[in-house]
Design a protein around this ligand. Structure first.
Ligand code: PEP
Ligand code: MN
Length: 337
């Protein structure tokens, strides 16, 4: 149920609706919008009677939300969610590029990458200190030491740090250095982890699961939102199909429905989506044209020496060339990069 308030509704009118929701044993979510405030509610197991709200001062209407995801739905919040950080915003007017190596390997390579990004005007650095690897014998990331290197990069270069949280145990440590907390594809349905980041103050970048439908992905986002963290960024990173010409099948066709069903920003990760560096630039450009709000891209000073995901990482020259093309294309789609 969504209670839509009049544009002129007072704070007391909103408080009254909130009190009625609480009296039902439910959790209210006040969602201010550009044109009106709406108040959502979660926690009900059966339908709620709209008559509870319809006569109250300041209320325009009480509407049933038909989607299984509530707070993530456009029905609940028609305006696009914009994520604002000191380094820039992620939303409908911008095209935000987040780049960096798959893993933090050592301070030298991370600082080289950070300095290069700064030079290119890119203000978001990605790199994993904790890596979800298929093999337990593969490089697992530097862990706490990796977090310390990220922290130093953040201080020195002023970049926003995007890094993955693998399990609830490390939540405090990761939250202490991350400006955006990444939840990886393999953890998209780790509900305890989703609830945990739902209680963090940072935005959460939620990757699509390896075989998740759009509805399952948005339900995963709902776990984060329902805990009170409304800053969720979706990230398409390819799904498993029968195709074997690329690592995954980058599903750019999910962007228009994701945007129609949800107000959350959508990024595209063409690196994991294709697994091959040659395919990354065309898919990155296509993501912009398809309506994505930005990219998550793997780059490395020496991709062939990378400890993880080298084959899909761009070197600096290729990344610079891609940026040049994105900057030319972005204005056509009314976005600034
Ligand atoms: C990553 O971003 O390096 C990563 C492990 O991504 P995903 O969870 O999409 O595989
Ligand atoms: Mn990777």
């Amino acid at each position: 149920m969504l209670v839509v308030m009049h544009r002129q509704a007072t704070a007391a009118d909103i408080e009254r609706v909130v009190a009625v929701i609480r009296a039902q044993g439910l959790t209210p979510h006040v969602l201010p919008g550009a044109t009106r405030t709406a108040i959502g509610m979660t926690g009900n197991t059966a339908a709620i009677d709209p008559a509870l709200f319809e006569g109250l001062p300041g209320v325009v209407e009480a509407i049933r939300v038909t989607r299984p995801f509530k707070l993530a739905s456009r029905e609940m919040k028609p305006d696009d969610t914009v994520i604002s950080l000191p380094q820039g915003t992620i939303g409908p007017k911008t095209f935000t590029v987040i780049a960096g190596p798959c893993s933090v390997e050592n301070e030298t390579m991370l600082f080289r990458t950070a300095a290069f990004l700064q030079e290119q005007g890119i203000r978001f650095l990605r790199a994993g200190a904790y890596k979800p690897r298929t093999s337990p014998y593969a490089f697992q990331g530097l862990g706490r030491e990796g977090l310390r290197i990220l922290e130093r990069a953040r201080e020195r270069f002023g970049l926003a740090i995007v890094t993955e949280l693998l399990d609830t145990e490390e939540a405090d440590a990761v939250a202490a250095v991350a400006d955006i907390i990444q939840i990886g594809a393999r953890n998209m349905q780790n509900f305890a982890l989703l609830r945990r980041v739902g209680r963090c103050s940072q935005p959460v970048l939620l990757k699509r699961g390896l075989c998740a439908t759009l509805e399952e992905w948005l339900m995963a986002a709902e776990y984060v939102l329902s805990e009170g963290n409304y800053q969720v960024i979706l990230c398409e990173r390819g799904v498993r199909t029968f195709s074997d010409h690329s690592r995954n099948t980058l599903d750019l066709s999910v962007i228009p429905p994701a945007k129609a069903w949800s107000h959350l920003p959508v990024l595209v990760d063409p690196s994991h989506g294709t697994g091959r560096r040659a395919y990354v630039p065309p898919m990155a450009l296509a993501a912009l044209a398809a309506g994505a709000d930005g990219l998550l891209i793997e780059i490395h000073p020496e991709p062939d020496k990378a400890l993880s995901d080298g084959p899909q990482s761009l070197d600096f020259a290729a990344f610079e060339q891609l940026l040049h093309q994105l900057r030319r294309l972005a204005p056509i789609f009314h976005r600034t990069l």
